[in-house]
Design a protein around this ligand. Sequence first.
Ligand code: GLU
Ligand code: ZN
Length: 462
Amino acid sequence: MSATPRFRFAPSPTGYLHVGNARAALFNWLEARRIGGEFLLRIEDTDRERSSSDLTENILESMRWLGLDWDGDIVHQAEHLDAHVDGARSLLAAGQAYWCDCTPEDVDGRRTDKSASGYDGHCRDRDIAEGPTTALRFRAPDEGTISFDDLIRGDVTFDVATIEDFVLLRSSGLPVFLLSNAMDDASMGITHVVRGEDHVNGTPKYLLLRDALDLGRPDVFAHLPMLVNESRKKLSKRRDSVAVGDFRERGYLPQAMRNYLALLGWGPKDDVEIRPIAEIIERFRLEDVNPAPAFFDEKKLEHFNAEYVRALSTDEFIDAVTPFLDQPAATLEPIRQMAPALQQRVRLLPDAEPMVDFLHLDQPVRDDASWEKVMVKNVDTARQMLAAALEAFGEVDWDHEALHACLLAVGEANGLKLGKAQAPIRVAVTGRTVGPPLFESLEVLGRDATLGRMRAALDALP
Ligand code: GLU
Ligand code: ZN
């Protein structure tokens, strides 16, 4: 038993970091942080053709964005290839592996269940010499069982008769993923192997290799439940939107995303779902993860995001929203003044731009449906209100409370409730019937611009 528990996240840079991987990284990180362990990062880049440094960069970037900091230097699996080859050759020397020159067609249709008669054992007894087309195969035991205790699934047992003599080194000379994976976990001193359930079926081979190489076993395995979409289908890269970077671009906050991911297969006992990460770390228990598939519910994620946007300070909100605004720096000050009102309405960060575009455009973007409804269908009311408010707004103190009281009075004088009375003003100034609170918007826009737009709208009425 090593003193410090060691966790690792071991992504393959053959695609962007997707939410399933991010959840695996997060659960490793949460448990490691809670129990004072280390959280290491290993890039499984042995598949030269499918791996790329851009994808590695994407994975690191997404992890940084989510705040999943790792300990120590990043381990690149490809740098250990020689050690993996040596490991495979030591098994050959010990008689636990042999060369095989079967083609895929030869192997196709062959019985691999050793308990059945007719099992041919690949080239076990053919004494093939190493050559340009030979692969090195592991001599898997013929009978017995291999088990491990999974923290989430309990006892998992495989009949070794179902495990064929699998390849260790391909004919290209390169080690297979399982060998590299098992050997690196050992050389890195990993005590806790926490990963997706798609790796359960590879675990007996992993253990056979660790045993054969005399590398000991990790203390803990935990295979996390898969993520499914609303039709209960496994989340797929093709069908579903799954890259963490896409969520970032669509205006999710990393804190909201991280909080939401923590609840995919786990939940705190008090059912308080939205809470600071320090509390999540404190409450998280890997052994409480539910093995059933977890529904990745984007609606719920969006709701989390809205909550997190609301809870930001003004400075944090401005920092978060700025990359999503199409605004000159000069309008950031007015936006800052409106921040609390905007934060109540923004669910995803890009929602903010159409709420504040009136601040920097010479002419508001005219939403045709809004114009039609308020300025055309109700043209008499619009004319009456714009004319009356133009007059009243010329005198009023320019702050939202005074503007509110003023328009209320003008509306009453014209027999209109506030909602009806303010619609033409809103459409004149912002172009739309919906948006941030009107009087705050007018206050921030200023008297001259407001009156100018109201006059222009009045002139444009049919
Ligand atoms: N590289 C593997 C993957 O991305 C991870 C294997 C593991 O966690 O053991 O699926
Ligand atoms: Zn063979």
